[in-house]
Structure formats: structure tokens, C-alpha cells
Design a binder for this molecule. Structure first.
Ligand code: IPE
Ligand code: IPE
Ligand code: MG
Length: 242
């Protein structure tokens, strides 16, 4: 058994910042949307690899609340790809027992995308073989603010006592409610930042930055990230036995 296979038993949740589509396209003198298009194949590869590696929770960053700053034709292309991906792969993922969830702000999404998302979530809600979350129109700060707003409403209505608000109670208001925190956060493309992704949940995630551009991401890169994870010592603020 390889070290990544041994180690992945301890890795319940992997989150990935899929970065580098634009540069991949630019290197080929093609428009950025060409890179996003190719990036969808890498998404499929990542989902397959996670399944083969026995990883129960996979969370992928597809569109950030800051990505609205991009040219509108690029934003349109990303929305179109999201729709097409969920539409095309839903039946297959459902048959494989994948539970699909979309994290992120619903406002700003078109009616047809919302309908596809709702269908995917409803159809796969009973699945528990693995859990695929796509963060779309997602920002960590936005998620926390939305959670705080809902919590404030529940406090105001008397549904929850302010003294009962602890970390667990708060986390239940996040888009990731019920999910374990990510153990491993991977970012491709060589950038060393988290860009507002899972800022609450990844407080103690191991960060692995890979030099590959997202469209070139393969199962081998996934395994390499798990090997890197295996070499880390997680302490959670404590002291490990010598
Ligand atoms: C990641 O690739 C996809 C999204 C952010 C939606 P980028 O589009 O950020 O590619 P680079 O970073 O410009 O190369
Ligand atoms: C983060 O990548 C968002 C996604 C991968 C969806 P960006 O490319 O938008 O991040 P920055 O702008 O380089 O920080
Ligand atoms: Mg980028």
C-alpha cells in the first residue's frame, strides 16, 4: 500500500481551490474561457480520484464572490459551465451515490442555474457514499455574514438563547453545516493564498500549494498532495507525544 493510500484513511475532507485556468489558456494563446472549459475535465478527474482514494468529502471552489470583478463574458462563461456540468453529470453522480451540495450565496444566480442546483441537491440528498460540495458564488466572509444574519433572526425570535451560541451552534448556520472541517486544502497554480475560501472551516487545515495549473490537475497530483499531507504533523494547538 502506498503512503498516500495509507494516509487517506485519516483524510475525511479535502477542499480544492481550482486555480490557473486563465494562465493555462493564455499559454496556448486562447481565450480564458477555453481554460475554464478544460478545467471541467479536471473537476471530473478530481471527483474520480477522490472516490478511488476513499475520500468522503470533496469541496471544490468554482466561483468566488470576488470573481464578479471579471469581465462579464468570462462570468457568463463560468455560469454556463456550472450549469452544463451539473446538468450533464447529475445522473452519473447520483448513481454513484454522490451527495451534491452547492455552497455560496444564492442571490445573483440566474433562475435556470438555481433550478438545476435545487434539482441536484434534492435528487442526491439521500446519498452518502461521498459528499461533493461545489462552492459557487461563495466567499468565506459572505458565508459568515449570512450565517450571523440567520442566527440573529433566530435569537430575535427566541428560537435560540444567546448564551447557547458556541462554535458548534454557529457552524450549524454555515453552508457546510453537518460536514467535518477540511483536513487538507489544496490550491493549484502556485499562488499562496486562500482567497476567502472556507476561512472558518479551514482554521486547522493543512495547506498544500501545487505548481500545476488546474486544467492539468490529475490523480497523480492528488496523490502527491496526500503524500505531502502525510508528512505533516497536526497538533491543533496541543503537543504530540514524542
Ligand atoms: C480558476 O482559474 C477559475 C476561477 C477562478 C473561476 P483562473 O481563472 O483564476 O485562472 P488564472 O488564475 O487567471 O490563471
Ligand atoms: C479563487 O481564485 C477562486 C476560485 C478558484 C473559484 P482567484 O483566481 O479568483 O483568486 P485570486 O484573485 O488570484 O486571489
Ligand atoms: Mg486565478
Amino acid at each position: 500500500m502506498s503512503s498516500s493510500e495509507e494516509r487517506c484513511r485519516d483524510v475525511r475532507h479535502v477542499a480544492i481551490i481550482m486555480d490557473g485556468n486563465g494562465r493555462w489558456a493564455q499559454q496556448r494563446n486562447r481565450p480564458r474561457a477555453f481554460g475554464h472549459n478544460k478545467g471541467v475535465d479536471a473537476v471530473r478527474e478530481a471527483v474520480r480520484a477522490a472516490g478511488n482514494l476513499g475520500i468522503k468529502y470533496l469541496t471544490l471552489f468554482g466561483f468566488s464572490t470576488e470573481n464578479w470583478r471579471r469581465p462579464s463574458d468570462e462570468v457568463d462563461a463560468l455560469f454556463e459551465l456550472m450549469k452544463r456540468f451539473v446538468d450533464a453529470d447529475l445522473e452519473k453522480l447520483h448513481k454513484e451515490g454522490v451527495n451534491i451540495r452547492i455552497a455560496g450565496r444564492r442571490e445573483g444566480l440566474s433562475g435556470d442555474l438555481l433550478a438545476i442546483i435545487d434539482r441536484a441537491e434534492a435528487q442526491t440528498a439521500g446519498n452518502d457514499k461521498c459528499f461533493l460540495t461545489i462552492a459557487f458564488n461563495y466567499g468565506g466572509r459572505d458565508e459568515i455574514v449570512r450565517a450571523a444574519r440567520r442566527l440573529a433572526r433566530d435569537v430575535k425570535s427566541g428560537a435560540i438563547d444567546p448564551d447557547a451560541v458556541d462554535e458548534n451552534a454557529f457552524a450549524a448556520y454555515l453552508d457546510t453545516a453537518g460536514m467535518p472541517d477540511p483536513d487538507l486544502l489544496i490550491r493549484t497554480s502556485g499562488e499562496h493564498r486562500t482567497s476567502n475560501f472556507l476561512i472558518w472551516q479551514a482554521a486547522y487545515a493543512e495547506l498544500v500549494f501545487l505548481d500545476v495549473l488546474w486544467p492539468d490537475f490529475s490523480a497523480e497530483h492528488f496523490k502527491a498532495a496526500l503524500d505531502e499531507y502525510a508528512s505533516r504533523e497536526r497538533r491543533f494547538g496541543g503537543v504530540n507525544a514524542a
